[in-house]
Design a protein around this ligand. Structure first.
Ligand SMILES: [Zn+2]
Length: 345
């Protein structure tokens, strides 16, 4: 069928995004065609658009990992949903048969694909997705809210609950308080009973971070992050630090972590090669844990909390899909608290 989206034909700046009509195949076996109503931006969209050795795209390529919409057509054998169901879509696809997938760690699958990165994504009116990646949202969430949830919830869930194993009474540090992942980390760590120190370089993001549950917000452009985290923990340092900024902020977060503490990272938007003082790792016995995405089952486990509002995404703004360039410019400019969502007419 004919469908329409915002596509790229080459890597580059926001200007490479353009509106185009294209042909979409009928859904294959165990696939479902979703009529997309909203698609949320992630930092990944910027990485893929800009390009790099890791990305091998087939053009025209559609970005977009986080989407919500309605079930419009079922491929042969598709199960679990009915026509017209309102759904959010799991943002990744795995083989389902390898040892990692069978063990439930689908995000360790060697053929793991994130929608819009190594497959076609959601910047369009329609997308075919596997039937095992659909989560029913009923009438509990509007589409923009639903689209803002999957990737950042999945990522934050694995970081907080599987990697760091945050427990009541612990103090955690969450950098870049305004990012999608951090807004979920703040909520998940509060739900676990932890005290949350958040950091931001932008004073305008202090109050929104507090409203989300952060107990203390450090403006790291005004005060030294490590020193403030130490001061707020009676010199001990935090039990767990979460970072996805990298660069100098990683160094500060590592130095702010207590003896025997954990530092969990899921990205490095500001620098891949921080200077690490190895003494901070071995002498303080800090565990540095890498994290990417999360288990499919974890998002299903989080679903009831998303539906009843215990976990809520922060939607900074919504724009029509056709204004994806403007949305990319806003995310690149970091003038965003939470998610930007594109609504699909
Ligand atoms: Zn697999």
């Amino acid at each position: 069928m004919q469908t329409e989206g915002m596509v790229i034909h080459e890597h580059g700046g926001p200007e490479v995004l353009g509106r185009q009509v294209f042909e979409l195949d009928e859904p294959g076996p165990h696939q479902v065609r979703v009529r997309i109503r909203a698609v949320a931006l992630n930092h990944l969209d910027l990485w893929v658009r800009r390009g790099g050795p890791a990305f091998r795209l087939s053009y025209p390529h559609r970005l977009g990992s986080d989407l919500a919409g309605e079930v419009e057509a079922l491929g042969p054998g598709a199960r679990g949903v009915s026509l017209g169901d309102r759904v959010m879509v799991h943002p990744a696809i795995s083989c389902g048969t390898c040892a990692a997938c069978r063990a439930g760690s689908d995000n360790l699958c060697r053929t793991y694909q994130i929608l819009g990165e190594n497959t076609q994504g959601g910047y369009a009116t329609h997308l075919n997705v596997p039937d095992d990646g659909l989560l029913l949202i009923g009438n509990a969430l509007d589409f923009a809210t639903a689209a803002a949830l999957p990737l950042c919830t999945l990522t934050a869930w694995q970081m907080a609950y599987r990697k760091a194993q945050v427990r009541p009474g612990q103090t955690v540090l969450i950098t870049a308080a305004g990012s999608g992942v951090s807004t979920m980390l703040i909520q998940l760590c509060k739900l676990a009973g932890a005290r949350v120190l958040a950091s931001t370089t932008n004073p305008a993001k202090v109050e929104p971070a507090r409203q989300l549950g952060a107990d203390e917000v450090i403006v790291s452009s005004e005060k030294d992050l490590t020193r403030e985290a130490k001061r707020l923990t009676g010199r001990a340092g935090v039990d767990v630090a979460f970072d996805h900024v990298g660069g100098e902020l990683f160094e500060k977060a590592l130095a702010a972590t207590r003896r025997g503490g954990r530092l969990v990272i899921c990205g490095a938007t500001a620098g891949f090669t921080p200077k690490i003082d190895l003494r901070h790792i071995f002498f303080k016995q800090v565990e540095i844990l890498g994290s990417t995405m999360g288990r499919k089952g974890d998002l299903a486990e989080a679903l009831p909390m998303m539906l009843d509002g215990r976990l809520r995404p922060v939607v900074d703004r919504t724009l029509p899909l056709w204004e994806a360039r403007t949305a990319h410019e806003a995310l690149e400019g970091r003038q965003v608290f939470g998610k930007i969502v594109l609504t699909v007419p």
